[in-house]
Design a protein around this ligand. Structure first.
Ligand code: SF4
Length: 425
């Protein structure tokens, strides 16, 4: 491949928040993300990163610094740990490379920041999940680095018919090219997952053939998550999505979609039968399936939930200070809040990474104690969002434990589903 002359770092603006913890901490086993660039050039119609601003609103592109990452990993390795992110790195919690933006959109050909970051991560054998739609990693210099490190690549596809997919992912390499990437990675011995995100409701059947081809190409794992419809009705991105999927939003309302945060989300009862069907198909093809919907994360038997990173990466420790872990490890029927939570927790504060609704009042407790207090408050909150009731099949009981914490129950339909599909952790 022809690469344009690459710029030196002195001329490039640094992306300050390239390495961060996500606000999904109470739910997610892999909450540490790294992004090579502060934006992405693929312009997928369902991607609202741009409309939602944050750092992607910044003028011009900004770049992660590979030398800063190397210095940080060296410092952490020497035992000099200064904040919660350092602690997650020292613990070797898997890193999601491309957590916010595709790390290899066309800028990569000009700047090569993604490759420099991969080299650093490979030198430390740092457990890393890569999410991409780009075919740049199929190039020989990328493959060589990927082969030498501790990487697991998630290749994303829109879960829809090829026609719909092409409309929604206008600037993304076509399916055939992504298949060649999967074949290249697989031949190089790098584990590959297929990330069906977003799944388009009503288009599930059209994926059957694609999954068969991808299994033959060497994919080992598939995760799926339905489209969440953004609420920003006045944005141009909303108008574009509406015109590409006409009638879909009305369908969402008809099916009982709920507004959660800044999105309309289909109810789990509507999604689950299709996802279970998809899982059976994936099982038959000899791959592993992951439920990526937040309210279904407890259905995944792996420590690392939907991405099963603990199966494909070496020397890694998914984060378990989450409701997902507590629910998965709870009793067959009753689920109690362990007090104290006997899981690794960071000793430095994580609260600047959480949204304001999740931050507890400052008290004299240590940050780890305050994190547990936040979980306890959410556990006992009447609001179904943000606590155990946000998971499908979890119900309140009328009792509390000896510490006064609410006891929850696994509903019979959840127990049946877990048993029938051999999903118990
Ligand atoms: S590739 Fe990912 S980050 Fe880039 S526009 Fe598409 S969905 Fe957004």
């Amino acid at each position: 491949m022809y690469f344009l002359p690459r710029l030196t770092f002195s001329k490039m603006r640094t992306y300050k928040y390239a390495l961060a913890l996500t606000s999904q901490l109470p739910f997610c086993s892999t909450p540490l993300r790294l992004d090579a660039y502060n934006k992405c050039q693929f312009s997928c119609a369902f991607c609202f990163a741009k409309a939602r601003g944050g750092n992607s609103d910044a003028k011009g592109v900004q770049f992660a610094s590979a030398s800063a990452l190397r210095a940080r990993l060296n410092r952490v390795q020497s035992g000099d740990v200064r904040n919660a992110i350092d602690e997650f790195l020292q613990r070797r919690v898997p890193l999601q490379f491309g957590g916010m933006n595709d790390p290899f959109s066309p800028w990569e050909l000009k700047y090569g920041v993604g490759l420099e970051l991969l080299k650093v991560l490979a030198d430390f054998k740092y457990p890393t999940l890569i999410s991409t739609k780009s075919v740049v990693p199929a190039e020989s210099d990328y493959l060589a680095v990927l082969r030498s490190g501790n990487f697991y690549v998630r290749v994303s596809f829109t879960g829809a018919s090829i026609e719909t997919s092409q409309k929604l992912e206008l600037l993304v390499p076509e399916w055939g090219e992504r298949r060649r990437l999967i074949q290249g990675l697989s031949n190089a011995g790098v584990a590959v997952s297929i990330r069906l995100q977003p799944l388009v409701f009503g288009d599930e059947e059209s994926l059957v053939e694609l999954l068969g081809l991808l299994a033959n190409d060497g994919a080992k794992h598939v995760s799926a998550e339905y489209l969440k419809w953004p609420i920003e009705s006045s944005s141009k991105e909303f108008g574009r999505l509406n015109s590409l999927l006409p009638g879909m939003l009305d369908k969402y309302f008809e099916l009982g979609a709920k507004k959660i945060g800044r999105e309309y989300v289909l109810p789990p009862e509507v999604k689950l039968p299709n996802l279970v069907e998809l899982k059976h198909r994936v099982d038959e093809l000899g791959m592993v399936f992951g439920f990526a919907e937040t309210e279904l994360l407890h259905l995944n038997p792996y420590q690392s939930c939907c991405n099963a990173a603990d199966r494909f990466l070496e020397d890694c420790n998914p984060f378990e200070g989450t409701f997902t872990s507590i629910i998965k490890e709870g009793g067959e029927e009753e689920i109690r809040l362990p007090q104290p939570l006997k899981k690794w927790l960071p000793q430095y504060s994580v609260f600047s990474h959480l949204n304001s609704r999740s931050r507890p009042a400052q008290t004299g407790d240590t940050p780890a104690e305050r994190y547990q207090k936040m979980l306890r408050d959410k556990w006992n909150s009447k609001d179904w969002r943000g606590g155990p009731l946000s998971y499908w099949g979890i119900e309140s009981s009328s009792s509390s434990d000896k510490n006064g914490n609410q006891v929850y129950l696994r509903a019979p339909e959840l127990r049946q589903l877990l048993e029938k599909n051999n999903l118990n952790a």
